[in-house]
Design a binder for this molecule. Structure first.
Ligand code: GLY
Ligand code: MN
Ligand code: MN
Length: 435
């Protein structure tokens, strides 16, 4: 592993700190029940600046004339390593991850007042972790109590996350390479689920196919709880029970992505359980796919974040008019939000270390203050249509829920759709053919 991309980012933060000091802890381990823990997942901001995988670790970036980056982490411990596995220890960690210095995590509390004394600003994200807020307050008070010896506490507390959010919005080459790998593996997982699908299977059997393919190809696992929703379950946007049987002649919607090197992929595919779309399923599917294509065509540098949502809405509204579910014009339907009963979410989000990634969507409070797209930004494009059973639509549409979601990189020319699972009706029916 090279620490270069991570140390470059730390340097970029240091360049913006002035005489300030920044403190960033990774996520704690969390108990699941009694003495069993949830699988450990580092904090995304911490990972972005370190690539360091262990819990109980804190980065301190000290700006000014002699900038330095410090890592506080667990010490080597033969007994604990026998039980729980390898620990770098400060010495090896400093070298492997390119920090100027590393120290035992146990020494942080004692060192913190000295590290923050006489600094103009302290960069810390207040309010995200009460325990950390208290530790920062204690360090500030320790400095204030030394006032008579000339030490001054920082006068300004600034939000480190705001600065990192801005950086994370544009992915560098290292991130894009990892995200492409996450996309390739997730695409293979969706293809596998399509090939494995048979009427009468349980939703969790398809979930197992996805998980198998993700792990087989070296992903760390799912990037978020997968949705495998047969029939009308697809109309429940966050359906995660995944425990019902898949009926012949129904659709199944799978929203699943994997995590690779900390980065998420996020793909949704909707396909017929028996491998052949019925005419009404196909009609709805083609509307959603056309909406996705229109949205993708609106992703380019200089476009505003909302443009691609508006492009999708135009096609979906026309589709709903064609299905005779709404009357009047497309513009009128968009203005009155007449599409909302069947399309209630937005068309996508930033993607990166977090599936709903860091980064603002608006630059101000005015209606059109949306972020302008620029090369290196990564977003999902995921229109859908959902016709709940019992809702006010013709019977033949009941229980049809369709979403198509791909991951898209903004490039200098436009964009690149870098998820590749079968997407068109013809592609899906082809991979699902069993003859
Ligand atoms: N899987 C979460 C989303 O599509 O936004
Ligand atoms: Mn998504
Ligand atoms: Mn998704």
């Amino acid at each position: 592993m090279t620490h270069q991309p991570y140390s470059t980012r730390r340097q970029q933060v240091l360049d913006r700190l002035g005489n300030g000091v920044a403190i960033l802890a990774t996520a704690p381990e969390r108990v699941r029940n009694r003495d069993a823990h949830y699988p450990y997942r580092f904090d995304s901001y911490f990972w972005y600046l370190s690539g360091f995988p262990e819990p109980d670790a804190v980065i301190v970036l000290v700006g000014g004339d002699e900038p330095k980056s410090l890592l506080f982490c667990r010490e080597k411990n033969e007994e604990r390593e026998t039980w729980d596995g390898f620990r770098y220890g400060p010495e090896a960690a400093a070298t492997a991850f390119g920090f100027s210095e590393a120290h035992p995590i146990a020494s942080l509390e004692q060192q913190l007042p000295e590290l923050i004394a006489n600094r103009a600003a302290l960069w810390h994200s207040l309010g995200h972790d009460a325990d950390w807020d208290a530790r920062i307050a204690a360090a500030l008070n320790a400095v204030r109590n030394q006032g008579r010896s000339g030490a001054r506490a920082p006068g300004e507390i600034r939000d480190l996350r705001n600065l990192l959010d801005q950086m994370r919005l544009t992915k560098d080459a290292h991130e894009i390479e990892i995200m492409r790998r996450a996309a390739d593996i997730a695409s293979a997982g969706h293809s596998r689920a399509m090939r494995a699908c048979q009427p009468g299977m349980a939703e969790y059997e398809l979930e197992a196919e996805l998980g198998y393919e993700f792990r087989r190809r070296g992903a760390d696992g799912h990037a978020y709880t997968p949705i495998v929703a047969g029939g009308a379950n697809a109309c429940i946007l966050h359906y995660v029970e995944n425990n019902k049987l898949l009926a012949n002649r129904s659709l199944v919607l799978i929203d699943a992505g994997c995590e690779v090197g900390g980065y998420a992929s996020d793909i949704t595919r909707t396909f017929p359980v028996n491998g052949r779309f019925s005419p009404e399923q196909r009609e709805v599917y083609e509307i959603v796919l056309a909406a996705q294509q229109a949205a993708i065509a609106a992703v380019r540098p200089g476009a505003s974040f909302t443009d691609y949502h508006q492009a999708a809405l135009g096609v979906l509204a026309q589709g709903l008019i064609d299905l005779k579910l709404i009357t009047g014009s497309v513009d009128g339907a968009i203005e009155s939000e007449a599409y909302k009963p069947w399309y209630m979410h937005r068309t996508g989000h930033w993607l990166g270390l977090d599936v709903h990634d860091a980064g603002e969507y608006k630059t101000g409070t005015a209606d059109d203050d949306w972020v302008r797209l620029a090369p290196g930004m990564v977003l999902t494009v995921e229109p859908g249509l959902y016709f709940r059973p019992g809702s006010d639509v013709p019977k033949h549409l009941h229980g049809i829920g369709v979403r198509v979601e791909d991951d898209v990189l903004v490039t200098s020319e436009g964009c690149s759709v870098y998820t590749t699972a079968p997407r068109t009706v013809a592609e899906i029916e082809e991979v699902m053919r069993h003859d």
